[in-house]
Structures are given as C-alpha cells and as structure tokens.
Write a new protein. Structure first.
Length: 401
C-alpha cells in the first residue's frame, strides 16, 4: 500500500492543490488576486521550458530509433500500426465527444483568443509546418516546424555513425538535464496550478466542475470500450481465437502494474514478458514494447482528443467539420508522442496543444491540466495494455506468426 501511495503522490498532491484552488475560487474570492501571480509565475516557468524540451526529446528519440537499426519492413510496419491505432482510437474518442460533449450547455461566451481561429485547415497546416527564419523555430508558437527540424537533426546525427557519437552523448545529457529541470519545477505544481485554478473558478464558477465530471464519465466509458472491445477485436483479427485466448490469459499482470504504478515506463518489463507469452516474436517484443511506450500511448491519445476539443470550444473554433476532426486528431496524436516519456509529461502536452492552437494564455493550460490528472489511472491502463496489443499485431504482419 505504501508503494502505491508513493507512486501516486504527485497526482494526489496535484489534485489536492486543484481542489483547494476550487474552494478558494468559489468561497474566498477576495483572496484570488493575491494568489494569481503565484500561478502565473509557475505557468511562465513551464512555457519557457517547452521549446528545449520538445527539441531535445525529439532529436534523442529519432536518433535512438535510427541507431537501433529498426529499418526496412519492421520499422515500416511499426509506424503503420502505431498510426493506424492512433487514427482508430482518436476517431472513437472524437465521435464519443460529439455524442456526449463534456462542455454541453457550457457558456462558450467566455472565450480565450487564438491566432488560429477560423483559418482553413490547409492554410493552418502550412503556417504550422514552416517558418521563414531559423530563429523563429525556437518560439513556442512554432512547435510543428521545430518537431520536423528536430526529427531531421536526429536522423542526421544517426547518419554520421561513429562521428555522431559525441553529439548524441551531448543531446542525451542535455535531454536528461531538461527532464531534471522539469522535475524540479513540477514539485511546485500543486501550489502553482492550485493558485491559478482559483482564478479560473472565480471567473467560471461551478459550471466547469460539471464539465470535469462529464469528462470522467466519458473517459471511463471509453476505457471500458477500448479495454474490453477494441483491443480484443484487434487481437482477434490479427491473431485469431487462440491469440485472443492467450491475450486474456496474460494481460492481467500488465493491467495491474499500470494501475498500481501509474507509469507506462514501469510496465515495460512485464509487458515484454507477457507479450512473449501471448505469442509475439521475441525480437519484436524486446524492441517494440519500449518504443511503443514512447510513441504509442493510446490512453494519452484518447485524453488528448478530449483536451483539444475542450480547448477548441473555449477558443470558439469549429469542432464539427471534417477539417476540425483532422486538426483535433492530428494535434492529439502529436501531443501524445512528443512528450510521452517525460515525467509529468501531461503538463507539457497541454502546453503543446495550446501552442498548436495558437493560444498562449496560461489559463487554457491550467484548465486542461485538471483533465489529465482526473483520468490519469485509466489513461495509464490503456497506454500499458495498448503496448501489449501493438507488438502482437506487428509480429503477425512482419513475421507472419
């Protein structure tokens, strides 16, 4: 029990800060102006770290992918499976939000400003994919161009072979430094987020609390649907009835590990072991499970779709068109993979979502942080078990097993 509480300590402290902030915002409104500057300082610290975090994490991830010689058919099938599962689950989450909108009946006259409002999807993609000056890459409003640049930079280091070893070590050390820096900042998150959330509640009142409750209900329904229906159907289609039987016989350890640790990374050893018991090729299991922990976070994707929709409603953007759906699923996919392996990555994913929507107001980040924390457990469960399903599919299509 003590280990479980230790694993959930950061989440529990964050929730405590949010709850206290809500109480202050509702019943002690005169104190809010004195607390908001504390929250703003914390949010500004987070905004200043997102550019180096995204750059270094992407460079290191791409370098590792290339350096591990995951080329040819294995890599192609891996990317296809990861992207296919992302599109499938992102679409399910999007449709679910249209059917049961967490912001239904919410007063959307309270809106934040977005530089991307009402821009056609084609123009939005072009403006987000490119910049006309190198220095503009290192602006938090240009994260997609930065991601592309970082991916090419990581590939270039790997292409150098031995000559790129020194640069790779530097990137690794710099990445670890940024992660430690974030870890230090996050220790103050319950205070910073709590103070900022008090101001949000003082403006929105209890109305947003009802939206958060609907988010919990929606995500729990999605969790049951994905865990008991979508994942088994995928396994059955690619592994047959015997594969489905092995899946149910061996998925429980991964599920319990995810729930007890609230960490996808902590599930890697047991996921590798259980995936092999389910019949996946040993080489595939050993390589795909760790890779999927970073790039195939299905639970986070479902959550990020909800967060993007939340943000777009607040920003007055259209979520009911085809272009809106493409933007929502695309941003959610990027948010789920860019900071997948970073501790407390939820907060940085919220900053990424807001930046890609053209919103630099930290109020939106604070609103989305609450969503990540209240559904942390089921999201981790779907992340971990999804990285049992994907190696089974990849093993089948690659090795024909």
């Amino acid at each position: 029990m003590s280990n479980v509480l230790k694993n959930y300590a950061s989440t529990l402290w964050m929730l405590a800060g949010i709850i206290l902030g809500a109480i202050v915002g509702i019943w002690f409104t005169p104190a809010v102006p004195y607390l908001k500057p504390i929250g703003e300082i914390f949010m500004n610290l987070l905004f200043t770290i997102i550019v180096p975090l995204v750059f270094l994490s992407i460079v290191w991830a791409i370098y590792n992918l290339c350096a591990k010689q995951m080329v040819g058919k294995v890599l192609l099938n891996t990317l296809i499976v990861f992207l296919g599962m992302a599109v499938l689950l992102g679409t399910i989450s999007y449709v679910a939000c249209l059917i049961y909108n967490p912001l239904e009946n919410f007063d959307t006259n309270w809106q934040l400003e977005s530089t991307n409002r009402d821009i056609p999807v084609g123009e939005l993609l072009v403006s987000n994919l490119t910049v006309n000056d190198f220095i503009k890459l290192f602006n938090k409003s240009s994260l997609l161009p930065l991601i592309i640049f970082a991916a090419l930079f990581g590939y270039a280091i790997a292409a150098l072979g031995e000559k790129g070893t020194s640069m790779a070590r530097f990137i690794d050390q710099a990445n670890q430094t940024i992660i430690k820096f974030i870890d230090i900042i996050i220790r103050f998150a319950p205070i910073g987020i709590g103070c900022y959330f008090a101001d949000i509640i003082s403006q929105l009142g209890g109305e947003i609390i009802g939206s958060y409750i609907r988010v919990i209900i929606l995500y729990l329904v999605l969790t049951v649907l994905v865990y008991f229906v979508v994942y088994p159907v995928i396994v059955y289609l690619f592994r047959g009835s015997n594969g489905l039987r092995l899946f149910w016989q061996n998925v429980l350890p991964s599920s319990l590990m995810a729930i007890s640790t609230c960490s996808s990374s902590a599930c890697i050893p047991v996921n590798i072991e259980q995936t092999k018991k389910m019949g996946a090729n040993t080489i595939i299991a050993d390589s795909i499970v760790p890779l999927g922990t970073n790039l195939n976070k299905n639970g986070s994707l479902l959550c990020d779709v909800i967060k993007v929709i939340f943000a777009m409603v607040f920003l007055g953007m259209n979520i009911h068109s085809f272009s809106g759906a493409v933007i929502i699923i695309g941003i959610a996919f990027l948010a789920s993979i860019v900071v997948g392996a970073v501790p407390s990555g939820a907060i940085t994913s919220e900053m990424l979502i807001c930046s890609m929507l053209g919103c630099t107001d930290p109020t939106m980040v604070a609103i989305l942080v609450v969503i990540a924390n209240i559904i942390d457990i089921p999201a981790t469960l779907l992340n971990a078990t999804g990285n049992v399903v994907s190696p089974l599919v990849i093993s089948k299509v690659t090795m024909n097993e």
